[in-house]
Design a protein around this ligand. Sequence first.
Ligand SMILES: [Zn+2]
Length: 109
Amino acid sequence: MERVMRGPYRLSPIAVDMHVPDHVGGVYGLGRDPKRIAVLGRAETELRDKIRSFWSFYEFFWFEPALSDAGGFRIHCREYHKQLECGDLEDRSHPVPHQPGAKCPDCGT
Ligand SMILES: [Zn+2]
């Protein structure tokens, strides 16, 4: 079964607090159109604060919590390759692992 990020949700501080668990890391997507993720990123901790910081820059967000930074990297890679095929990403550079030597499960980078 393919896992997908939760969303889209309208990006506002209240919506972020309602949906995103506190004190967890994970991966987020941001966009101006509810069907298109324009930006992907990840937070080692405090995913909620990270997404909140984009309020007023983007209108929608998606997210998926990760239990570890390595897990976050795998989700980030999976979403990156998925979004790359749709062609809507503003920044098309590959996710970078926080741990040296970690490899992308999709392309081996
Ligand atoms: Zn890759």
